[in-house]
Design a protein around this ligand. Sequence first.
Ligand code: AMP
Length: 373
Amino acid sequence: MNIGVLGAGQLGRMLALAGYPLANRFTFLDTTGHPSAGIGEVMVDTDRRHLDDFLAKVDLVTYEFEHLPVSLVQAIEEVKPVYPSSEAIRICQNRTEEKALFDRLEIPTPAYRIVESAAALETAARELGCPVVAKSVTEGYDGKGQAVLRDPAGAMEAWRDIGHPQLIVEAFVDFVREVSIIAVRGRDGEVVFYPMAENQHVDGILRYSIAPMPDLDERVQQNAERYIRALLDELDYVGVLALELFQTRDGSLLANEMAPRVHNSGHWTMDGAVTSQFENHLRAIQGLPLGDTSARMPTCMVNVIGKEGDPTALLGIVDAHPHRYDKSARPGRKLAHINLLAPTHDELLDKVRTCAALLPDAPLPRFSFEGGN
Ligand code: AMP
């Protein structure tokens, strides 16, 4: 089976690495002009001149990047099966659509308003109570296109800084931790869930994910599973879906956003779970049985951003597994991640600190359960 992948970054690279043992081949369609997958056949197509060639080569199409023109994905759907569908992309590209879907499925979110002027932003900030987070409705990711307002009087400045005609304004959640759940739905509707991860973001970018969490109440996992299953079934979704949530002091979950693809907070599964999110995505889209999602051991994914550390020293950590993306170093760029495994969370935290100390400019790892286990 030749799998066509829209997008050609590190997520596509890791999909291909998981797919070769399944006898898959990969053709990537890169619409950005900056592919980095470095694997399979990469077709650079910034002006839609090579789409027919791409489609002639592939049996089915998936994507590793959701900021694609919906019309492109819809056009592809006319010719080849696309999993997940263009509908999933359409919703995930637009925070208004995403929030409306969460509301319809009774998935709790932070209180929010949609605004289309600086004056409306100021009113929303007053009604919701500061601090609030203003986010551009489209084209925002990794904390881009966002501003935190500590006072409604900052509305004009935030409006200008973001520079987008429509914003979502959210109440700022006083969360205990940020978490995510990753689930996979097969072509026959079977759904499997990974154990939730705790995620540490710095400046809107994911730095560390730990799964399973040592202190997770089973009911929290079950609630997250209920929410993501509702999304999967509603969208008749096929493949991996990620849902990012805030966990509050009373244990309840508020949905932040979802991603219709393999996700950075699921990279721990490459070494820490029986079946990785990449393999399970490929199984799902090809109609194959889904693999076991259990964790083998407490695992932490450490993102390597901007600069790579000394590989020899990093490999000296027992049960450390680097996954390098073969990209040139640039500030803020995701260059690699390292999966660390340990039999207990205490030992794992020691390894995470050792690893962080070997990475230039890595932030201090902090987890909600530190000291408590
Ligand atoms: P997002 O692009 O929506 O994932 O936001 C990036 C990061 O900003 C999140 O991972 C949080 O750390 C923070 N953030 C976003 N929305 C909120 C919110 N309503 N309350 C508190 N923190 C938030």
